[in-house]
Design a binder for this molecule. Structure first.
Ligand SMILES: [Cu+2]
Length: 308
């Protein structure tokens, strides 16, 4: 009985210690898994398109390669500093070496190979990002204008028109709902046909991990496949004038049924038809340097130009 007593007394703190160790491990795991997801995607926004994970893999791969090079270079620098430092009894300069051919060949060839691989991978990803399916499910003509957006749904023949987001910077609740919203169906191939009414803008939905310039007199396109339902923010990513910062929009990815309901609602609320180029704020066929273009954007020779 004598020795039976001290045991539980000893066991209790051990158990407590074990418990606190387990608790600390669980807390650390939770903490790490919390930033783990962010770290895994290289602190990029969460992807919501089919190509998104490929973009993240490329981004992370590039960083890992750069870090690998960094570790080798820093390591060599530190090693040199230590191994070839001036010793206490050194009185003369060390042997002076002018060049080392194998070393120079190595540090020429290795970076060239690395740049070649990076270039190849970049082209590969870019081609995948700009791949066009012949028949996308939805085609939206995204029109940039100072300082908002119009969305023409080309197949459904309806449109959404936006006005500049005023006072949004003051953070008033409810203002977000006034932004033009592009509704898209989930699990669908969507083509964006980008045009501008005035100056150069850029169509950017951060969670698409992709953006493209919106230019007057030029049509840029890209496609994405939506994979996640949700509401995402979009913005102009090209400094386009005084209220560029308020050139905001929203993207809402919904189920097929909700998308059809949205299109029907647009039709019924008088947003049928498309907003055409008559709203453009520039002379399409003339550029500021005096050159004139025909409808196929071929330069008109000076002798054939018509004076207005
Ligand atoms: Cu803009």
């Amino acid at each position: 009985m004598r020795c039976a007593l001290p045991r539980p007394v000893e066991r209790a703190p051990r158990r407590t210690r074990r418990f606190s160790l387990v608790a600390a491990a669980v807390a650390a795991a939770l903490l790490l898994s919390g930033c783990g997801a962010q770290l895994q995607r290289g602190y990029l926004p969460e992807p919501v398109t089919e190509i998104g994970p490929d973009t993240i893999a490329f981004w992370n791969g590039t960083w890992i390669a750069a870090l690998g090079v960094g570790v080798v270079v820093w390591g060599l620098i530190l090693w040199c500093l230590v191994a070839y430092r001036r010793r206490e009894h050194d009185t003369e300069l060390p042997t002076q070496v002018r060049y080392n051919v194998p070393l120079e060949i190595l540090y020429t060839i290795v970076p060239v190979l690395m740049v070649a691989v990076l270039f190849g991978k970049t082209v590969e990803l870019q081609n995948a990002q700009l791949h066009h399916d012949e028949e996308p499910d939805v085609i939206v003509n995204v029109v940039g204008k100072k300082w908002s957006w119009d969305f023409n749904y080309l197949n459904e023949d309806v449109h959404v028109t936006g006005t500049q987001a005023i006072d949004l910077s003051k953070g008033e609740p409810g203002l977000r709902e006034t932004l033009p919203t592009m509704v898209l169906p989930v699990d669908s191939r969507v083509e964006f046909v980008l045009t501008a009414r005035d100056v150069i803008h850029s169509f950017f939905v951060p969670q698409f991990l992709q953006k493209l310039d919106v230019m007057p007199g030029r049509i840029n396109t890209f496609q994405v496949t939506t994979t996640e339902e949700g509401r995402y923010t979009g913005k102009c990513a090209e400094l386009c004038g005084a209220y560029h910062a308020q050139m905001l929009f929203e993207v809402e990815v919904v189920s097929q049924e909700e998308y059809q309901a949205f299109i029907e609602q647009q039709r019924q609320s008088g947003h049928d038809g498309l907003l055409g180029s008559e709203l453009n704020q520039y002379d399409y066929y003339k550029d500021p340097f005096g050159d004139e273009f025909d409808e196929d954007l071929n330069r008109v020779p000076p002798e054939q130009r018509q004076e207005d």
